[in-house]
Design a binder for this molecule. Structure first.
Ligand code: SAM
Length: 297
C-alpha cells in the first residue's frame, strides 16, 4: 500500500510552459472532438482538489487525465488514482510524467486506456470521481460511471458552466431537464464554483463550472431504473406540452397517460419540469402496476 507524502512545502504542479513542453514531447495537438483543454494553472488544480473533499484513504477515479495536471494534485491528496484516458498517446505518456514529477507516488497510479462511456471494470474500486471532463460527453460519462461503479460515493467534476447549472438544477428552475433528473436518481448535486477560460490551453470559448455530488439511495420503487428513465425521456422530449400529452406515446394514449399520472398523484396538466425524481418513479410504477399493462421494453 502506498501513502501520500507527509505535509511539507507544496509539491509543484504544472504551469503553461510545462504543459506546452509535455505536449511537444509527444507531438500532440489538442483536439476539440476529444474535448482536450488542459489546465495550465496550479491554483485551479489546488482549488479543484480542495473542493473534492477527499480523504487520505480514497481511490480516485479520474476521467481524461490528459497530460496529468489534475493527476498530480490528486496523487498528493488521495491514496490511489485510477485514470481512464481514451487517447493512447496521452495514456502512454502519463506513467512516465508521473515517474518524473512524483516518483514517490508512481506506484499509486493506474492508467486505463479506455473510453469512459464503455469502461466496465477498473483495477481498484473507486470511492470518488474527480475529473476535468471532456465537455461533449460529460453528462453521459457521469451517469454511466455512477451506474457502473456503486463504490463511487462522491465526487467533483468540472464541466461546461451551463452543464454544471443543469446537473445541479432543482425542479421548477429554467435549467432543470433530463441531466438534472437522471443525476438525481443517483445523487445530490450542487454547484461548487465557476472557472474562467484562461486557466486552460487551449482556452475554451465558454466558462467552466464545478459540480459536487454525493451518492444517495435511488427512490424506493417497484419500477426499474430503465423504466423511470423512459418516463423522463418522454416527458422532456416535448417539454412545452402537458404531461398528459407528452406521455401519450409512452403510455399508449393520452387517456392511459392521464390514468398513470392520476394514480401517481401527479396533475396531468403539469409539465415535466416541475417534477422531482420521486414523482417520475411514481409515474413509471403506476404504469408497471396498472392491470393488464403492456411491458415497457
Ligand atoms: N485532466 C486534464 C486536465 O485537466 O488538464 C485533461 C482534461 S481534458 C478537458 C479531457 C480529457 O479527456 C482529454 O485528455 C481527452 O483525451 C480525454 N477524453 C475524451 N473523451 C474521453 C472518453 N470518452 N473517455 C476517456 N477519456 C476521454
Amino acid at each position: 500500500m502506498t501513502t501520500p507524502p507527509a505535509a511539507g512545502p507544496p509539491a509543484p504542479l504544472f504551469g503553461a510552459a510545462d504543459i506546452r513542453r509535455l505536449a511537444a514531447e509527444v507531438d500532440i495537438r489538442p483536439t476539440k472532438t476529444l474535448g482536450q483543454n488542459f489546465v495550465i494553472d496550479g491554483n485551479t488544480i489546488r482549488r479543484i482538489v480542495a473542493a473534492a473533499h477527499l480523504g487520505p484513504a480514497e481511490t480516485v477515479l479520474e476521467v481524461g487525465p490528459g497530460l496529468g495536471s489534475l493527476t498530480l494534485g490528486l496523487l498528493d491528496a488521495a491514496e490511489r488514482v485510477v485514470a481512464v484516458e481514451i487517447d493512447p498517446v496521452l495514456a502512454g505518456k502519463l506513467p512516465e510524467t508521473i515517474a518524473r514529477w512524483r516518483p514517490e507516488r508512481a506506484a499509486a497510479l493506474d492508467v486505463v486506456l479506455e473510453d469512459a462511456l464503455r469502461v466496465t471494470s477498473l483495477p481498484h474500486a473507486p470511492t470518488s470521481l474527480v475529473a476535468n471532463l471532456p465537455y461533449n460527453v460529460a453528462v453521459p460519462v457521469v451517469l454511466n460511471l455512477l451506474e457502473r461503479f456503486p463504490s463511487l460515493t462522491h465526487g467533483l467534476v468540472m464541466v461546461q458552466d451551463e452543464v454544471a447549472d443543469r446537473l445541479a438544477a432543482p425542479p421548477g428552475s429554467r435549467t432543470y431537464g433530463v441531466p438534472s433528473v437522471k443525476a438525481a436518481w443517483y445523487s445530490g448535486m450542487t454547484k461548487a464554483g465557476v472557472i474562467g477560460m484562461n486557466v486552460f490551453w487551449p482556452a475554451p470559448k465558454i466558462a467552466s463550472g464545478l459540480v459536487r455530488f454525493t451518492r444517495r439511495e435511488p427512490p424506493a420503487t417497484t419500477a426499474t431504473r430503465e423504466q423511470v428513465f423512459a418516463v423522463i425521456d418522454a416527458a422532456f422530449a416535448q417539454r412545452r406540452k402537458t404531461l398528459r400529452a407528452a406521455l401519450a406515446g409512452w403510455a399508449g394514449s393520452p387517456v392511459l397517460a392521464e390514468q398513470a399520472l392520476r394514480a401517481a398523484g401527479v396533475d396531468p396538466t403539469a409539465r415535466g419540469e416541475v417534477l422531482d425524481i420521486t414523482a417520475f418513479a411514481r409515474i413509471a410504477e403506476a404504469r408497471v402496476d396498472a392491470p393488464g399493462a403492456a411491458p415497457t421494453h
